[in-house]
Design a protein around this ligand. Structure first.
Ligand SMILES: Nc1ncnc2c1ncn2[C@@H]1O[C@H](COP(=O)(O)OP(=O)(O)OP(=O)(O)O)[C@@H](O)[C@H]1O
Ligand SMILES: [Mg+2]
Length: 268
C-alpha cells in the first residue's frame, strides 16, 4: 500500500496517483487507486467516472469493497471516494472494522494499492499515510509547498519512527531544479530530524497535464508520449524494480500500524 500525500493542496497528488497507477497496470500488475481524499472525491472526476457506490457504502457495511470497486481506464481498479465522511478516528468500532476488512480484501486482489490522500497534517491523512508501506510525498519547487511538505514529514515521523518517504518533485522545470529541491529538503530533514529523505524522481511541468484534466482523460492514456507521461513511466519502473528487490512484501504491517496510529486496540 502506497500513500500519495503532500503538505500543500493542489500540487498534483491525484494526477500522480492515477497516472502512476495506469503506468503500473501497463506493466501487467493489478493496481487499485483508493480515493481517500475525504474532502473532494476527485479521482472519479479526473477519470470521467460517475459511480453508484463509494467508500461510504463500505464503511456503512452496505457494500463490500469488491462491489464498490469500478474498472477505470487503462486497466486500473478504482475505489471512489466520498465527500463528508467521518474521520477514521471518529468512526465507531464497527465502521472502522468494515474499513480495515475491506482494505484487507483489496490487498488480496491487487499487487499495488495507491492511496490518494488529503493534503496537510489533518489526523486522517497522517494516520493513513503513516500506516502505508511507503509514502510518496509530492511537492512542487515552490517554497510554500516545500515548507508544508517538510511539516508533513515531521508530523508523520512523530507518529511513526520508521516511515519510508520517497520524494517526487512535481511541476519541475527540469531535473536539475527537482534535484535541488530534493537536496534542500533532505538537508533540512537531516539537520532537524536526523533523517534522510530519498529522492524518487520528478514530473515536469507540462501543459498536457492540464489538457488531460480538462478532458477527464489521464495524460498517460491521452498523451502517452508527453514529457509528464514518460517521467511517470520511469517512476513506475522504479517502483516495480523496488518491489522485485523486496524479499517479502510487508502486507500485514498496515493493519497493525493503522490501529496503533489511531490509538486503537487491533482486534485482528
Ligand atoms: N506536472 C504538471 N504540469 C502542469 N500542471 C500540473 C502538473 N501537475 C499538476 N498540474 C496542475 O495542477 C492541478 C492540480 O493537480 P491535482 O488535482 O493532481 O492536485 P492535488 O494535489 O490532487 O490537489 P488536491 O490537494 O486539491 O487534491 C491540475 O489540475 C493541473 O492543472
Ligand atoms: Mg487531489
Amino acid at each position: 500500500m502506497l500513500a500519495v500525500t503532500s503538505g500543500k493542496g493542489g500540487v498534483g497528488k491525484t494526477n500522480t496517483s492515477i497516472n502512476l497507477a495506469i503506468a503500473l497496470a501497463k506493466k501487467g500488475v493489478r493496481v487499485a487507486v483508493l480515493d481517500a481524499d475525504l474532502g473532494l472525491a476527485n479521482v472519479e472526476v479526473l477519470l470521467g467516472l460517475n459511480s453508484l457506490y463509494n467508500i461510504q457504502h463500505v464503511i456503512a457495511g452496505e457494500r463490500s469493497m469488491m462491489e464498490v470497486l469500478v474498472q477505470g481506464p487503462g486497466g486500473i481498479s478504482v475505489i471512489p471516494g466520498s465527500s463528508g465522511i467521518a474521520r477514521l478516528a471518529d468512526m465507531g468500532p464497527r465502521a472502522r472494522q468494515n474499513v480495515l476488512d475491506a482494505l484487507q480484501e483489496l490487498q488480496e486482489n491487487h499487487d499495488f494499492i495507491i492511496v490518494d490522500t488529503m493534503a496537510g497534517i489533518g489526523q486522517n491523512a497522517v494516520a493513513f499515510a503513516a500506516a502505508c508501506d511507503e509514502i510518496l510525498l509530492i511537492t512542487t519547487p515552490e517554497p510554500s509547498s516545500i515548507v508544508d511538505a517538510y511539516a508533513m514529514i515531521k508530523t508523520i515521523y512523530q507518529m511513526r519512527d520508521d516511515a519510508v518517504f520517497r520524494l517526487i518533485v512535481n511541476q519541475a522545470l527540469n531535473e536539475a531544479q527537482a534535484k535541488a529541491v530534493a537536496a534542500k529538503m533532505s538537508q533540512v530533514a537531516q539537520q532537524f530530524l536526523g533523517r534522510k529523505i530519498s529522492y524518487f524522481g520528478f514530473i515536469p511541468r507540462d501543459p498536457h497535464v492540464q489538457q488531460s484534466v480538462m478532458q477527464s482523460n489521464p495524460f498517460m492514456l491521452r498523451f502517452p508520449q508527453c514529457a509528464a507521461a514518460s517521467n511517470v513511466q520511469a517512476l513506475a519502473t522504479r517502483l516495480m524494480q523496488q518491489r522485485m528487490d523486496q524479499t517479502a512484501p510487508s502486507r500485514s504491517g498496515f493493519f497493525r500500524r493503522i490501529a496503533e496510529n489511531l490509538g486503537l486496540a487491533s482486534n485482528g
